[in-house]
Design a protein around this ligand. Structure first.
Ligand SMILES: [Zn+2]
Length: 130
């Protein structure tokens, strides 16, 4: 079912409502195939398992600026992924940093600030290689 109240922030097309639960709704974009999630009263974000959510998962509980050690550990792990997956992560990080479209801390209810999350992505992406 198309839900015209939610628009894909990547291609500006109305999204399909794929699942509606009491506290969260899930959407899919027929054009770019991305999956989205939205909790009542909050903004639309990427759904869990998106490239950004995979790297943000590592800092859910970090309240302070992310340490170089943490970034190194995350980068070392991601650099073992398949090339296609690393590329998707790099692309999504660069796209979001240049052209912010969503609240990063809302993707996974991060405990830290939006500023720290963006700083983390900026430093992490420099260490990712394909
Ligand atoms: Zn789209």
């Amino acid at each position: 079912m198309i839900d015209t109240s939610e628009i894909c922030f990547r291609c500006n097309k109305p999204l399909y409502l794929t699942e509606k639960l009491e506290d969260i709704s899930f959407y899919n974009c027929a054009s770019c195939k991305r999956n989205y999630a939205k909790e009542p009263g909050k903004d639309l974000t990427d759904r869990w398992m998106s490239p950004l959510s995979i790297v943000l998962y590592d800092i859910i509980y970090n309240k302070e600026r992310i340490s170089d050690e943490t970034i190194e550990i995350v980068a070392d792990r991601i650099n073992t992924y398949e090339t296609k997956q690393i590329e998707a992560i790099i692309d999504d990080i660069n796209e979001e940093l240049v052209n912010p479209k969503q609240k990063l801390i809302a993707i996974l209810d991060l405990h830290g600030t939006e500023e720290n999350a963006r700083d983390y992505l900026k430093r992490l992406v420099k260490r990712l290689k394909v």
